[in-house]
Design a binder for this molecule. Structure first.
Ligand code: ZN
Length: 313
């Protein structure tokens, strides 16, 4: 993950909680309508009611105690696990929420997000356009940070939903990665600790001509760093293949470094082309304005880091 989006669902919290509570109540009514319930059904209901507050609240971020209780009550090795899972899939019906054409649904939820770039890669847009007479509409994918296949009671929990691009959520990247076993940075809770720098390619010496940006662009590369010893950050860097995915944007980082470090560069552009391009134009967001504006610009974190770093050379 490149950016944190802790408050992503703030404006959707109340309506979503209402929706999930209603879905749970309707499911019990349906499932308990006929005859005496099976022992697993009764136990699943007790499990859900015991944890309902945390499951439906938009502010929950740590689901590990609920997961531990679930694994304790319905171990993966037990015959009850499959029955519990199918009951929970009916109660927390993600397909219904995802595909609903009217009422509160995944489109409405995504439209409530103030963030419009994937937090995992910070390259692809994740904006939402609702269906209209003119457009079919589109929305980002919703990554279940803790997989819903294994833990279906987290299918509709806002603290488990991360709007993301299809590449990051896809089979070559996060997909079904079990973050409970293999920790990753969580955009809804963790600080954004990955950082970017422009450096000589392949770890070559940082010579004065390179530092002065006198060498051709292909002598440089974008370095993405995880803090030493931070396993979640290192795993995120690897899973989302960020080092490779950022190299096609080297020209942006190089141009920005020149614009940041070298006032003469901007003056030359103005003199030769009579074209006044400010540093803010290169960044895509104001330097001294809203401190989170960079989050809604693709590569905004990379640009901010390169700008900040190169001023210290
Ligand atoms: Zn992405």
């Amino acid at each position: 993950m490149i950016i944190d989006i802790h408050d992503v669902w703030q404006s959707a919290a109340t309506i979503h909680e209402y929706y999930v509570r209603a879905a749970i109540a309707q499911a019990w009514e349906r499932l308990f309508r006929f005859g005496p319930p099976s022992s697993v059904l009764s136990r699943v209901r007790a499990f859900v009611e015991n944890h309902a507050t945390q499951i439906v609240s938009a502010t929950t971020r740590d689901y590990r105690p609920i997961v531990a209780d679930y694994n304790g009550q319905f171990p993966t090795t037990s015959s009850d696990r499959a029955e519990a899972r199918s009951i929970l899939e009916a109660v927390f019906n993600y397909e219904k929420f995802r595909d609903a054409k009217i009422g509160w649904n995944a489109y409405e939820l995504c439209a409530a997000s103030p963030y419009t770039v994937c937090p995992y890669c910070h390259l692809a847009p994740t904006n939402t356009v609702l269906k209209s007479n003119e457009h079919q509409g589109y929305r980002p994918q919703l990554d279940h940070f803790i997989g819903r296949a294994e833990y279906p009671f987290l299918s509709l929990s806002l603290g488990n939903l991360v709007p993301s691009c299809p590449t990051c959520n896809g089979p070559t990247m996060k997909h079904t990665t079990d973050v409970l076993v293999n920790p990753h940075l969580f955009p809804l809770a963790d600080p954004s600790v990955l950082s970017f720098k422009l450096r000589p390619k392949n770890g070559k010496p940082w010579t004065p001509p390179l530092r002065a940006l006198r060498m051709p662009r292909h002598e440089y590369e974008i370095v993405v760093d995880a803090p030493h010893g931070n396993t979640a950050a290192e795993n995120s860097l690897k899973t989302f293949q960020l080092r490779s995915r950022y190299q096609p944007y080297l020209h942006d980082a190089f141009r920005l470094a020149k614009a940041s470090k070298d006032g003469a560069f901007l003056r030359t552009i103005k003199k030769v082309f009579n074209w006044d391009v400010s540093l803010e134009d290169h960044l895509g967001f104001p330097i001294n304005g809203n401190p989170t504006a960079f989050k809604n610009i693709p590569q905004g974190k990379m640009r901010l880091d390169v700008y900040t770093d190169c001023r210290q050379w």
